[in-house]
Write a protein that binds this ligand. Structure first.
Ligand code: GLV
Ligand code: MG
Length: 348
């Protein structure tokens, strides 16, 4: 049962900020993870923050159980100490049934809630998980005079979560978006891969037998196609953003780039970077291609009101391609605002 339209946008606690009607416009090509319990990593934050669109302090998986408190304290220290400018500051908290989640929220929101843009919530199974965090955040925002709503980003990484993805995307005006979590999802589904994202050499299509003696071609297929498509549809239907998550093989930048590019082409706006080398890969992939942007600008210029049909360089354009072009040029404008070289290349 969904809330009525008027109630959907009411704050969930007296004194909590009004929920957003539209997401703030933010460029989020990469969500860069750092482990806040490691002092050396905390020291690198000012330098890394300048290079990334989003910096995320990770408190969940990959943080050892005996370092959970140190990671939380380290994140608060870093958030307090720096001005992040137009780089987004996020955290990934521990999951709802863990012994750490409640303290993550009770300590972080009071301490740095006015700097925190988004909380990434792992292992989301259904809309009930979002409703719980939504209500808790509203209470904490009201108590601690937080002036803008802290958004929720769900990780799609359980079979049940994928089944409920549409309800999760629609659960609250606090929803920012979703990331595909291929490692936990593979485990939850009983998939037979130990990789974190990417393909698998045994998953593919074998061509029919040809002439005698000719080898049969085996083409590797994308294990994540179905889930990414389902996630993008759920997100775009609800006006929120879809992301690809982690790519674990740091020694294979080409495969990382191919995975990110598939996600980009299918509608995702960014991916996680777990290693500094993945920052540039994400920048390259999730900034639109220069030739495509220049062509898209031609379409917009040739069809000022977005209707009718014209031919450009031998290709038919109409209302639908005008919309595709607008998606491309809007994204390019956001990139151009952060990246002067690309601004010039795009002619923006
Ligand atoms: C990310 O959290 C994943 O499980 O892939
Ligand atoms: Mg996970």
């Amino acid at each position: 049962m969904a809330k009525t339209p008027r109630n959907f946008f009411k704050p969930l606690a007296i004194g909590a900020p009004e929920p957003y009607r539209e997401l703030p416009v933010r460029l989020e090509r990469m969500i860069h993870f750092f482990p806040p319990h490691v002092e050396k990593m905390r020291a690198k934050v000012p330098e890394i923050a300048r290079k990334v669109d989003v910096l995320l302090g990770n408190l969940e998986d990959a943080i050892p159980a005996d370092a959970k408190e140190a990671a939380r304290a380290g994140f608060i220290e870093v958030a307090r100490a720096h001005d992040f400018g137009d780089t987004g500051l996020w955290t990934r908290v521990n999951c709802l049934n863990s012994p750490w989640f409640l303290d993550d929220l009770m300590e972080i929101v009071p301490a740095v809630g006015n700097k925190l843009e988004v909380i990434m919530l792992p292992k989301v199974e259904g809309p009930w998980d979002i409703h719980y965090l939504d209500q808790l955040l509203a209470q904490l925002e009201a108590r601690h005079a937080i002036t803008r709503p802290i958004l929720i980003h769900a990780i799609l990484e359980t079979a049940e979560g994928v089944k409920n993805v549409e309800e999760i995307a629609a659960a609250s005006p606090r929803m920012h978006g979703m990331s595909l979590g291929p490692a936990d999802l593979a485990a939850s589904r009983g998939m037979k891969t130990t990789r974190v994202g990417g393909g698998h050499p045994a998953y593919g299509v074998l061509a029919d037998p040809g002439a005698e003696g000719e080898p049969r071609v085996f083409s590797q297929q994308d294990l994540w196609h179905y889930t990414v498509a389902k996630m993008v549809d759920a997100c775009m239907t609800n006006g929120i953003k879809a992301f690809y998550g982690p790519f674990g093989d740091f020694s294979d930048p080409e495969a990382c780039e191919a995975q990110f590019r598939n996600a980009f082409l299918m509608g995702c706006v960014g991916a996680w970077s777990l290693h500094p080398t993945q920052i540039d890969i994400a920048k390259r992939v999730f900034s639109p291609d220069v030739d495509e942007v220049r062509f898209a600008k031609k379409i917009l210029d040739a069809m000022p009101d977005g209707t009718g049909a014209v031919m450009i360089d031998g290709k038919m354009q109409d209302d639908a391609t005008w919309k595709q072009a607008k998606v491309m040029v809007d994204l390019a404008r956001q990139v151009a605002a952060r990246d002067p070289d690309l601004a010039e290349a795009y002619g923006l």
